[in-house]
Design a protein around this ligand. Structure first.
Ligand code: HEC
Ligand code: HEC
Length: 211
């Protein structure tokens, strides 16, 4: 028992050290996550329901940015429009957001693999992810999200292992300019991508090993 709590304390110390990305307090973040977020994102951020994104192991800076973007300032519309998440972030201060982001960033993402047995689709998605499509000018996802899907903090989020359904929805929202908090970067990527390509790359992303 004693030994276990010492291990936990050591992990927390590591996460809150100045060299780690997280500036938030993991312990305080866990309290928020367990109370308001676990019902949809699961206690450790590995969500089970495919429309709710996995948050475990995501970069803290990216998470804080999303939480801020969900929040409407005064009578402005939020940069990222989600009625569900707008209600969730309404009571959170910026410090709360940093804490909860630090908590999720410190959790281990779980690979669920992909039950989709359509090998052709997964292969098409893999080729697109790593090499893009020269014919219609779609850039390789790997150039910004990394060859293993771990992203590059602070701007480029982790994608590996994310639910295909969530990813596909986001690609569609970026494309239709219903999610605009990417400063047009993802929109440019998606303009010439077909629906089948979006589906294939989303399925491939879910099949990628988390790390
Ligand atoms: C009722 C279900 C529900 C609850 C409760 C909930 N979320 Fe979410 N969350 C969602 C859904 C659905 C999305 C996707 C929103 C979209 O883009 O349409 C999301 C998206 C997010 C994202 C963006 C992730 C990404 O990869 O861009 C973050 C961060 C997040 N939620 C954090 C939280 C936190 C922190 C809490 C608790 C304070 C919370 N959520 C509570 C359903 C929920
Ligand atoms: C030029 C760089 C760049 C390229 C290339 C790129 N992305 Fe992105 N992507 C971004 C940035 C930046 C964001 C974060 C936007 C934000 O802050 O909300 C993002 C966000 C995303 C998200 C939202 C993640 C989440 O958790 O909500 C998905 C999904 C995504 N990209 C998929 C892809 C796919 C698939 C490709 C290849 C077809 C791709 N991206 C190529 C820069 C890029």
């Amino acid at each position: 028992m004693m030994k276990n709590s010492m291990v936990v304390a050591a992990v927390f110390a590591l996460v809150s050290s100045p060299s780690a990305l997280a500036t938030g307090d993991v312990g305080k973040g866990q309290e928020i996550a367990a109370g308001a977020c676990a019902g949809c994102h699961n206690p450790d951020g590995n969500s089970i329901i495919p429309i709710n994104p996995n948050l475990a192991g995501q970069h803290a800076e990216y998470l804080v940015k999303q939480l801020m973007d969900f929040k409407a300032g005064g009578d402005q519309t939020p940069n990222r429009n989600s009625p569900v998440m707008a209600a969730m972030v309404a009571p959170l201060t910026q410090e709360d957001m940093e804490n909860v982001a630090a908590f999720y960033a410190a959790q281990t993402p779980v690979s669920t693999g992909n039950a989709n047995n359509n090998e052709d689709m997964l292969e098409k998605g893999e080729i697109l992810y790593h090499g893009g499509n020269i014919d219609n000018g779609v850039p390789a996802c790997a150039s910004c999200h990394g060859p293993t899907g771990t992203g590059i903090p602070p701007h480029y989020p982790v994608l590996a292992g994310q639910h295909a359904e969530y990813t596909y929805t986001q690609l569609d929202l970026f494309n239709k300019r219903k999610r605009t908090n990417d400063d047009g970067v993802m929109q440019k990527v998606l303009t010439r991508m077909s629906g089948a390509e979006k589906r294939a790359v989303s399925e491939y992303i879910q099949s990628m090993e988390t790390r």
